[in-house]
Ligand binder design. Structure first.
Ligand code: 26V
Length: 745
């Protein structure tokens, strides 16, 4: 990369008479030319990341930052009378759903910046995660036609590298689009677009098409096989071309990382190619695959652990079904020879109840299996994969997630970055652990940090006013809960806690209450009815409070629309408090918790996922931990009775009654299912996620924050201690660990 040449090229762009899109394309293309100009030498061994999601967010600012020209570019164009902030309207590349997809993006960023050869494979969806609007408080989904307005100048179509993917009933062309990831090395995210018949093109149309019908399930299977087979096909062919078909050395050059189970068909395709096209024996192919694949698990929720009906797979991928069935028999024979007990073999089996357990394929075939936070990995070992763990302890390890400080600090909070520059020089930008050296007791330092937090809060408020038309309370505590909407994340519990505070304010029980704003951002999966009801409930609460003159100067609830990566950048920088209140044992890690910490928010949270490690690093005294631990939740199993529990606690009953007593009568009976979820057995047991059990402890934690916030120096110090101890949660640390412990690159 030649920085001078790039700056020159930018200088030479004429802005006159051009539309924003034209300028966007022209500036982006100038950068792309530089990015792609360097000659790359092929490293010996590369790691390949297989993921069905990549939540890249906006590429423009990130790439200019990576190229080291962001500040100058702003100046160059402002001198020409054009404000680069105009590109804040560019759509996010939202080819993902939540934490798993954003993690993939952070990992690509870190690998490139550290110079590790990590290449991503995925799907180039025509429509990303839906856009969300609220109408009458309810979520309305719109297709995310992300290429329509601004195009995609950050990718290159590689026509010459397309590859055919065969199903029983059709052949699909997988056309790669390469998105360079710029850093110390220039890596590539390769997304495949499906081309061919109208049926074929459906494969890369939508992210997570509904899978509640057989047709939907088939489409999901097609998606997963489509990109896995395209990727494996290319890599295997390239290998054969270069080294011939002695696959004994394949794993010296390749290591595959499966991001959850969505690409487990890659294992089957690999075996298919080696045995059918290159005539290796089945055992030999298995042996080679076992040295090549690794698997990261991201959830223990049973409904998210993929199992595909054998009959369904046979229908469109007969050879693949045959291979998986053969693998099932092969593995069982091995386990029987070893004398493993029947129950354990049943637990580890690849075919269970007429379905392929994709997680069991991954566990059997991977050299390394990892969880994404200490407690999560412990649960994998002790519960989810306990049998496999007993027989292959060495395969399991933990790699706690991380987030890239380039997007989640440098880009979203340049004020804080400058604060570190002024005190530490610039070296912390390459080694985040240096921020630990900030003296959090120094009054001048604290005052400077407080000023930055106040400024980021102002910026957030003005952004929200622009986007939502709502003015946030000033001089208030900003508390954020931003993440996918799911029952286990317990946005419903926060809703009740807010109502509790609301009633107590009205009763005059909270005389010294510091004004507080609760910010929510979340999308509910299209078919997830209960999650949508929680959104409606929160919007109704927001409305109730906003219209109540007694409290609306002290309490406010804002549920922002269309929460995405770009919105997150504003919210994590401008929040005081991070809400991480999942039922202990259910949040694998969480990564929003890390982003908020990095920007100096204190955590109000349960001992779950990475929260545990966050308070370990930042100090329990600097955060607000509450609620039942994993052990306590386990001990409540079969004992806990939410009906009796609510009856015994009038303060709880008062707020749950609002779901059915007409408080929100215009919600049209739509909230009664939420009451049912708490007090009756539905698809889960009553109050499966212990919302009521942890509710009053949450209220206490929030009121403790409210009291302690008054001591501005003390509270600011807690925030700064969190920010300066966040280095462990950099994805640079995580990627280094993957590279050293798992990939050997
Ligand atoms: C959920 C859903 C629900 C709607 C339909 C499609 C769909 C697809 C996947 C999932 C969950 C996948 C697993 C996942 O996203 N896990 C998250 O991974 C993060 C990165 O490791 C981690 O921080 C979060 O705790 C974990 O929930």
């Amino acid at each position: 990369m030649n920085r001078e040449r790039l700056l020159n090229a930018l200088e030479n762009i004429d802005v006159r008479g051009k539309t924003e899109r034209e300028l966007y394309t022209e500036i982006s293309s100038a950068c792309m030319e530089e990015i792609l100009s360097g000659k790359r030498k092929a490293p010996v061994k590369c790691a390949y990341y297989f993921s069905v999601e990549y939540l890249m967010g906006r590429m423009f600012y990130n790439n200019l930052l990576a190229l080291g020209v962001l500040d100058e570019a702003r100046e160059i164009f402002s001198a020409k009378g054009f404000d680069l902030n105009a590109f804040e309207n560019v759509e996010d590349a939202a080819l993902g759903n939540g934490g798993l997809g954003r993690l993939a993006a952070c990992y690509l960023d870190s690998a490139a910046n550290l110079g590790y050869p990590l290449y991503g494979f995925g799907i180039r969806y025509q429509y990303g995660l839906f856009r969300q609007k609220f109408v009458g408080g309810e979520q309305v989904e719109e297709a995310d036609d992300w290429l329509k307005t601004w195009g995609d100048p950050w990718s290159v179509r590689r026509e010459e590298e397309k590859i055919e993917v065969r199903f029983a009933d059709m052949t699909v062309t997988a056309v790669p689009y390469d998105m360079p990831i710029y850093g110390k090395s220039v890596n590539i995210l390769r997304l495949f677009q499906a081309e061919g018949s109208a049926e074929a093109e459906k494969i890369s149309e939508y992210l997570y098409p509904a899978d509640d019908t057989e047709e939907g399930k088939l489409l999901r299977i097609r998606q997963e096989y489509f990109f896995s087979a395209a990727a494996v096909g290319q890599l295997v062919r390239k290998y054969v071309k270069r080294y011939g078909n002695d696959f004994g050395h394949f794993s010296e050059f390749h290591v595959f990382q499966l991001n959850d189970t969505h690409a487990v068909f890659a294992v089957a395709e690999f075996l298919r190619l080696l045995t059918k096209e290159y005539r290796l024996s089945f055992p030999r192919a298995v042996e080679i695959a076992k040295r090549t694949f690794n698997y990261t698990n991201h959830t223990i929720l049973p409904e998210a652990l993929e199992c595909w009906n054998v009959k369904l797979v046979e229908k469109i991928l007969p050879e693949i079904a045959q291979i998986l069935t053969r693998l099932h028999i092969f593995a069982e024979r091995e386990w029987n020879t070893c004398g493993y007990p029947k129950e354990e073999i049943a637990e580890m089996s690849i075919v269970r109840g007429g379905k392929f357990s994709m997680a069991n394929v991954a566990v059997y075939m991977s050299e390394h299996i990892n969880g994404v936070a200490e407690i999560h990995t412990k649960i994998l070992k002790e519960r989810l994969f306990s049998a496999a763990y007993r027989h292959a302890r060495g395969k399991f390890s933990n790699i706690t997630n991380g987030v890239t400080q380039r997007r989640w600090l440098l880009l979203c909070n340049e004020e804080l970055a400058r604060f570190y520059d002024e005190r530490l020089g610039r070296s912390w930008r390459d080694d985040l652990s240096l921020i630990w050296n900030i003296d959090c007791g120094n009054p001048e330092t604290l005052a400077a940090f407080a000023k930055i937090k106040a400024e980021k809060k102002r910026q957030l408020a003005s952004y929200i006013e622009k986007r939502e038309g709502v003015k946030l309370l000033e001089n208030a505590i900003y508390i954020a809960q931003v993440k996918r909407l799911h029952e286990y994340k317990r946005q419903l519990m926060t809703a009740f806690a807010i109502l509790r505070i609301y009633f107590d304010l009205k009763n005059g029980k909270l005389p010294d209450f510091t004004p507080t704003v609760f910010l929510f951002g979340a999308k509910a999966a299209g078919s997830y009815k209960r999650a949508k009801e929680i959104i409606l409930f929160l919007n109704k609460i927001a409305e109730l409070i906003a219209n109540d003159e007694d409290v609306n100067a002290r309490l406010q609830v804002v549920f922002v629309q269309n929460y995405d990566v770009s919105y997150a950048e504003k919210i994590v920088a401008g929040s005081d408090v991070s809400l991480q209140v999942s039922t202990a044992g259910f949040e694998a890690s969480g990564t929003g918790n890390m982003k908020l910490m990095m920007n100096g928010a204190v955590t109000v949270g349960t001992m779950d996922g990475a929260n545990i490690e966050i308070v370990e690093k930042a100090g329990r005294e600097n955060n607000y931990i509450f609620g039942a631990s994993v052990e306590e939740i386990n001990s409540l199993d079969g004992v806990y009775d939410p009906v009796a529990f609510a009856a015994a606690h009038p303060r709880i009953k008062r707020v749950t009654d609002t779901l059915t007593d007409g408080t929100f009568e215009d919600a049209d009976g739509k909230l009664s299912d939420l009451a049912a979820s708490l007090f009756e057995e539905t698809y889960n047991r009553a109050d499966h996620y212990y919302v009521l059990y942890d509710l009053l402890p949450l209220v206490d934690a929030l009121l403790k924050v409210n009291r302690e916030y008054k001591d501005r120096t003390l509270f600011t110090r807690k925030q700064l201690e969190n920010a300066t101890r966040s280095a462990f949660f950099s994805s640079d640390r995580a990627i280094r660990t993957y590279a050293e412990k798992i990939w050997g690159i």
